[in-house]
Write a protein that binds this ligand. Structure first.
Ligand code: XUL
Ligand code: CO
Length: 431
């Protein structure tokens, strides 16, 4: 035991409590035939909670964690504290980048040795605690070697470095029984077209992703490969802009049946979409995988990665997740970080606990909306014309025949109300 969380006790489900407790998240409550824990599949993001120092563009670290530093002992201490937090929160999953969990060495080989040692250490802790790995990923964006991209770098040596890194991160994810492998192209984009061969860079990114898929099959990894779209930040123009863009990219490289989406709330907002739009689109394209749950500041235009606290928004997101059939290998990863003034260990616990409660509350509202059925009935009614014999025949027809029929008749279709306010009123009954 470390003394970091000191006198904080494991959180319980206690709906009437005014203390640190869950008021809505009850992992054992059975909803639609499944325990809430199995529906929501919460994960803690190692990077924000244990590696992020609380810096911003105007100031360096505000957090002074006892495990900060570049040694193996400190990496083990970090893991000890992380698993203590997973236990306090009773959260079933976690996620990591290689750079979050191991100290950087002086060479590829030294970093890899550090990484492998920590992976074994995490494996022991996972066995002892029952915490599982939702996904692993490689940090191909923080170190200065990636400043011009990883797979899309103008320098082939960096492509090779990145490929070898992803290979080892996939091996480690597989070894730990991880359920997905994520690729977020942090620096896969550009700052100025003046120095960028856009066509070449996209080809490199496509080949890189094909190699990841080939390697997954080679090692028999049964989890999903997930791409995480984001429109900008850190690069001015990111190639994986949003779900629609990534789908076109997957089609181009023949990967649409191999790769799914990890959709993040804040990234959807930065792309000018709602979270539920990105979820609904991925689901309609058959590429929905997992979510990174956070909340973005609507004014700043940056990726603020705040903990979710807006129940109506979360409810609409889980409504789409449920309509997509729920999570299979995916889950709800809190890709969210404390505000830099939230210094204390209790802030880490309270932020996650509150986020889990907001998600549980939104999820229950989504289930209630689905079970009530009015929204879906009204949607079906709106499109009923397309289920009629005439409606079906129309899509089999052609412009000339359609026009001939219309010109011979005496039709004048009348517009019908879209009922948006009534639908919003219905949603508000549940949230
Ligand atoms: C960055 C982001 C990442 C990915 C994993 O905006 O969301 O943390 O989730 O690399
Ligand atoms: Co993310």
């Amino acid at each position: 035991m470390t003394d970091f969380f000191n006198d904080i006790s494991p959180l319980a489900y206690a709906p009437d409590s005014t203390d640190l407790a869950f008021r809505h998240y009850n992992p054992d409550e059975v909803i639609m035939g499944k325990r809430m824990e199995e529906h929501l599949r919460f994960a803690v993001a190692y990077w924000h909670s244990f590696a992020w120092p609380g810096g911003d563009p105007f100031g360096a670290e505000t957090f002074q964690r006892p495990w900060f530093g570049n040694t193996m002992d400190l990496a083990r201490l970090k893991a000890d504290v992380a698993f203590e937090m997973f236990n306090l929160l009773n959260v079933p999953y976690f996620c990591w980048h290689d750079a979050d969990i191991r100290p950087e060495g002086d060479s590829f080989a030294e970093s890899l040795n550090n990484f492998k040692e920590i992976i074994d250490y995490l494996g022991e802790k996972m066995d002892a605690s029952g915490t599982k790995l939702l996904w692993g990923t490689a940090n191909l964006f923080s170190h200065r070697r990636f400043m011009s991209g990883a797979a899309t770098n103008p320098d082939p040596e960096i492509f090779a470095w990145s490929a070898a890194t992803v290979k080892n991160c996939m091996d480690a994810t597989h070894k730990l029984g991880g359920e997905n492998y994520v690729l977020w192209g942090g620096r896969e984009g550009y700052e100025t077209l003046l120095n960028t061969d856009l066509k070449r860079e996209r080809q490199q990114a496509g080949r890189f992703l094909q190699m990841a898929v080939e390697y997954k099959h080679k090692i028999g990894f049964k989890g999903a490969i997930l791409v995480e779209p984001k429109p900008q930040e850190p690069s001015k123009h990111q190639y994986d802009f949003d779900v629609a863009t990534v789908y076109g990219f997957l089609k181009e490289f023949g990967l649409e049946d191999e790769v799914q989406m990890n959709i993040e709330q804040g990234h959807a907002i930065l792309a000018g979409h709602s979270f539920e739009h990105e979820l609904a689109l991925a689901s309609s394209l058959g590429i929905f995988g997992s979510i990174d749950m956070n909340r973005n500041d609507y004014q700043s235009g940056w990726d603020t990665d705040q903990f979710p606290n807006n129940v109506p928004e979360v409810a609409l997101a889980y409504y789409e997740v449920l309509k997509a059939g729920g999570f299979t290998t995916g889950g709800t990863n809190f890709d969210a970080k404390l505000r830099r003034q939230s210094l204390d260990p209790i802030d880490l616990i309270a932020s996650h606990a509150g986020a889990m409660d907001v998600c549980a509350r939104g999820f229950k509202a989504a289930v209630a909306m689905l079970e009530d059925g009015t929204l879906e009935a009204m949607r079906a009614e709106r499109y009923a014309g397309w289920d009629s014999t005439q409606g079906k025949a129309l899509l089999e027809s052609d412009f000339a025949s359609i026009a001939a029929e219309l010109e011979a008749g005496d039709v004048n279709p009348q517009p019908r109300s879209g009922r948006q306010e009534i639908l919003e009123n219905i949603v508000n009954r549940f949230v």
